[in-house]
Design a binder for this molecule. Structure first.
Ligand SMILES: Cc1cc2nc3c(=O)[nH]c(=O)nc-3n(C[C@H](O)[C@H](O)[C@H](O)COP(=O)(O)OP(=O)(O)OC[C@H]3O[C@@H](n4cnc5c(N)ncnc54)[C@H](O)[C@@H]3O)c2cc1C
Length: 480
């Protein structure tokens, strides 16, 4: 494998969020201002600085204060910035963070205390090129999925991107990416035809099936460990209206909900147009737990056979409608406003009724412990991961899901929102214990994708061991 220059002292803040010393950070900010122009830099007293902080999804990331924030407008700006930031000075090395949509919750993932944050929000172009069935959309990492869908919906096209409008293209794609089209086309990263990347020496390269194919492989799941991605070229797919349904059920019928979920998730005969999630939710303001099933069908067919079992469940509330991808993503976004304290934890397990029942029981026990937290929303979702999805391009990405023998898997995702900093400790410890208990009870499938980014996990070591398993399967896409 070609050796890509690595940034000195691992400047991306996954494991190490210590700050550089005052002299270094001031000098680096001044150097950036002098090379890129002062208007591209923001300091704590500037409105653009506070606006950037308030664009983070979680309150924890919003509360992190970099020495300055850089807003690159072009790939060449990113290249110049990396040349400055990656250069060791006599004062040390300035640590920096890369932010696209700012939707990773934990502190240090895309913001850095006392360092320099590269906010890529202005690298947000969405350019459609090509003709008929060869259409490509070239996107800046700072664009959001909502803006892409708004551009593609009128053309009868879409991409296999995020399900929530405000999430960033950069972070979701580089970490894997689950879309409504995943059973048809794989992870979002599998549908990238080309990445434009700024490497640690400031050079600008393309990574695709023909140019730098090893880097192309590594970026499909490699997150921010290989460079700053400044453009992503996606394959597009024909897409019309979707059918969606929302079914809210009482926890009294949890067993039948779980049965229907497992039936619909079976590996054999998996309906590739189906995209659904079942969530167990304790919402503090309601003082009770509910089950919410979010069903989506990527064709405009109401009540498709795959969902017939779900549609017979007794519900407290239900609705269904046809809509386009933008509306679906915007509606999902409205359910999760920015600014709350937020914690995500996840693991992946084999999909069986017993497994989900066990996870549900542990989640309920844990919910009892956090009920007193202010404005708590304690939600555990199960998201199908059928072989049709993870096996499609398993040898062509760095997610480490080759050789799973066609088993239906599912992603267990704990999504917690609350408002009081004083509850952080309780929630973090309860969430950690819940996942320890799940791991002790059931076999957890280890692999790496964006939602699995947990601070205390040594992702780098884990990633390297997984990437060694790279298969020799040739890439199925070509890029010219
Ligand atoms: C409300 C919500 C909905 C979600 N829905 C989905 C979903 O449907 N499917 C799914 O798969 N995931 C989903 N996620 C998880 C989401 O994909 C990850 O949190 C993702 O990392 C967010 O990307 P971002 O660009 O917004 O985040 P950021 O916090 O900006 O970035 C995330 C990470 O990627 C790195 N990074 C970002 N851009 C670049 C770049 N250009 N070059 C190099 N490194 C970069 C950052 O340094 C950071 O470590 C959701 C999360 C939330 C909060």
């Amino acid at each position: 494998m070609r050796k890509y220059p690595t940034l000195p002292n691992y400047p991306f803040p996954i494991h190490n969020s210590s700050t550089c010393n005052f002299n270094t950070e001031v000098k680096q900010c001044l150097a950036l201002a002098s090379t890129l122009g002062p208007s591209n830099l923001a300091y704590p007293s500037n409105t653009s600085y506070t606006d950037s902080l308030s664009s983070y999804y979680s309150a924890q990331q919003e509360s992190v204060h970099p020495a300055c924030i850089l807003f690159p407008r072009t790939t060449s700006d990113v290249s110049s910035a990396i040349k400055i930031l990656a250069k060791a000075t006599t004062d040390g090395i300035c640590k920096f963070a890369i932010k696209s949509g700012g939707h990773t919750s934990w502190v240090g993932s895309s913001n850095i205390d006392g360092g320099v944050t590269l906010d890529l929000q202005f690298l947000n172009s969405v350019e459609v090129s090509g003709e008929a069935d060869a259409t490509i959309v070239k996107v800046g990492p700072g664009a959001t999925w909502g803006t892409i869908y708004q551009k593609l919906d009128p053309l009868g096209l879409t991409v296999a991107g995020g399900r929530v409008a405000g999430v960033g293209v950069g972070g979701l794609t580089l970490g894997g990416g689950i879309s409504h089209l995943s059973a048809q086309h794989g992870w979002t990263c599998d549908t990238v035809l080309n990445f434009q990347v700024v490497l640690s020496d400031g050079s600008i390269v393309d990574a695709n099936a023909n140019q730098n194919p090893d880097l192309f492989f590594a970026l499909r799941g490699g997150s921010n460990n290989f460079g700053v991605v400044t453009r992503l070229d996606f394959e597009t797919f024909p897409q019309g209206d979707l059918w969606t349904a929302s079914l809210v059920c009482s926890t009294e019928v949890v067993d039948s909900n779980i049965r229907e979920f497992v039936n619909a998730s079976k590996a054999e005969g998996y309906d590739e147009n189906a995209s659904f999630i079942m969530s167990f939710a304790y919402i503090g303001s309601m003082g009770t737990s509910i089950i919410a099933n979010t069903l989506l069908y990527t064709k405009p067919i109401a009540n498709p056979p795959v969902y017939q079992g779900f549609m017979k469940l007794p519900t407290i509330q239900s609705s269904s409608s046809f809509k386009n991808m933008s509306t679906s993503a915007l509606e999902a976004d409205a359910m999760v406003p920015k600014g709350a304290r937020s914690l995500y934890r996840t693991c992946t397990v084999v999909s069986t009724e017993e497994m989900i029942k066990a996870v549900y029981r542990l989640w309920t026990e844990a919910a009892d412990k956090v009920k007193g937290a202010k404005d708590i929303s304690w939600v555990l979702s199960v998201d199908p991961l059928p072989p049709a999805f993870y096996g499609r391009e398993a040898g062509s990405n760095a997610l480490g899901l080759t050789g799973r023998e066609g088993k239906a898997l599912l992603i267990v995702l704990l999504d917690v929102r609350w408002s009081g900093e004083g509850d952080d400790d309780l929630i973090t410890k309860t969430a950690r214990k819940l996942f320890d208990d799940v791991s002790a009870l059931v076999a957890v499938v280890l692999f790496y994708h964006s939602s699995a980014r947990i601070m205390e996990t040594d992702i780098i070591t884990f990633y390297r061991s997984r990437s060694k398993q790279r298969s020799s399967k040739p890439m199925t896409h070509s890029y010219t």
